[in-house]
Design a protein around this ligand. Structure first.
Ligand SMILES: Cc1cc2nc3c(=O)[nH]c(=O)nc-3n(C[C@H](O)[C@H](O)[C@H](O)COP(=O)(O)O)c2cc1C
Length: 412
């Protein structure tokens, strides 16, 4: 977003252009140069062309249209919806239908679908396309949640490449000219790696691109993403773009990932939680510029109020403010005294309460540099992945898993 005259809503504070000072470049990114002219060409996902090769990661409970709207104001890219379950969409579950909404201004409209049964995935895609509700569909094959993998869903699906292929094929066939992509993890754990199979299936079944979250399901969100797996996948998937995902906290990280792995674009998850201006930084470095400093608190307060207002408009004030609470803690992470007044922030029930709570902090507070790489959104721990009994006995089995594997609990 350019918070000057061009910004329709978030313009009450003039935010001066200033080059990023050294405090806001982490040690790991010292010396990284902005993109050279032509170094990172636009990337195409079927008919969609991304001049800046950046995608907002689908995040359940987060990347709804209010959050996408806030992020979109900062930069170019593709902003993917939160995960929508195929069966619930086909059955017109009112909550699922609501979550799949886009604002009339959103373009392109990108929706992530999750399903375990080719029939339901095909039907869900068919209705989305027939009703002209989307411009891009992403399929989630990375969910590590126990109750999903235990039934053979989520990250367990790529263990069975023929089943995976059936699901992807059903989606691609029903999508017509709407591009379909798939997003997956490295595998179940270090011993059961599935990303090569998933990449091959994606390419062979007509996906427009694939994205790899470079962690196993056992790793959940812990440790550092293994970018070397992205490089490996890029070596194997030659005919469609490969997107890398995992640990893009600063614009510079995206350049490092693309230079190290040769991937065609990046998918950005937790780094933008409470920091939607990361998309502006990404646009800057990809255009060969130094990014600006993060905004001071006064401007962040305006972003927060705008985000909360959009959620309240969409969900109703009470539900909207409830769902804003987690964002409030991310936006204020690391600001001096935030731990104390977070209590009042997480109790707000109305937009007026929020405005009063936010007035407690001075507008000219600088963004705390140490907050840039603080993990957020998911706990950092590992797990032993649960699979159905005997699941590994027949990797060529094509039977769709139990419908109970299709829950709204997500992750990827
Ligand atoms: C709160 C949260 C919810 C998520 N929900 C989904 C989801 O519904 N679908 C999906 O494919 N990935 C989901 N993910 C995973 C992200 O899309 C992304 O792959 C992951 O966070 C790694 O990227 P990062 O290191 O940039 O955060 C979720 C992540 C978080 C933090």
């Amino acid at each position: 977003m350019n918070p000057g005259p061009r910004s329709a809503r978030l313009s009450p504070i003039w935010y001066p252009m200033q080059s990023m000072d050294a405090r806001y470049t982490s040690q790991i990114n010292e010396g990284v140069e902005p993109a050279a002219p032509g170094e990172f060409p636009p990337v195409s996902i079927g008919p969609l062309r991304l001049d800046i090769p950046v995608v907002l990661a689908p995040m359940a409970g987060i990347t709804n249209y209010p959050f996408r709207t806030v992020c979109r104001q900062f930069g170019a890219g593709l902003y993917v919806s939160e995960m929508i379950t195929a069966r619930a969409l086909v059955e017109k579950n009112p909550k699922t239908v609501k979550l799949s909404e886009f604002s009339p201004q959103e373009t392109p409209r990108s929706l992530q679908l999750y399903g375990v049964d080719p029939e339901y995935v095909g039907k869900a895609v068919e209705s989305l396309v027939a009703e002209d509700r989307v411009d891009h569909i992403d399929l989630n094959f990375g969910c590590p949640v126990r109750k999903v993998t235990r039934k053979g869903g989520g990250a367990a699906i790529p263990v069975k490449p023929l089943l995976l292929a059936n699901i992807v094929r059903a989606a691609v066939r029903s999508a017509g000219t709407v591009p379909v992509t798939i997003k997956f993890r490295m595998g179940i754990d270090d011993n059961i790696l599935t990303y090569s199979d998933a990449g091959r299936v994606g390419q062979d079944e007509g996906c427009a691109a694939v994205a790899l979250h470079a962690r196993t399901a056992a790793e959940l969100y812990s440790g550092e993403a293994h970018w070397e797996a992205i490089a490996d996948l890029k070596q194997q998937v030659k005919h469609i773009p490969v997107f890398g995902n995992g640990d893009i906290w600063e614009g510079w990280d995206a350049l490092r990932m693309m230079r190290q792995t040769g991937c065609d674009g990046v998918v950005v998850g937790r780094g933008c939680l409470g920091r939607p201006w990361l998309f502006r930084d990404l646009a800057d470095v990809f255009k060969g510029r130094q990014p600006e400093n993060p905004p001071q608190f006064g401007f962040i307060r305006e972003i927060m109020l705008e985000h909360a207002r959009l959620l309240a408009e969409w969900f109703g004030e009470r539900m909207g403010l409830l769902s804003f609470r987690k964002h409030a803690t991310w936006y204020t992470k690391g600001f001096p005294g935030s731990a104390q007044w977070r209590q009042s922030l997480i109790q707000v029930e109305t937009l007026d309460d929020l405005a009063v709570a936010l007035d407690q902090l001075a507008s000219d507070l600088e963004f705390p540099p140490e907050s840039m790489r603080v993990k957020r959104g998911k706990k950092s721990r590992r797990q032993r992945v649960a699979l159905p009994d005997g699941y590994l006995d027949d990797r060529f089995d094509q039977t769709p898993p139990d419908p109970a594997a299709e829950t709204e609990d997500s992750g990827g």
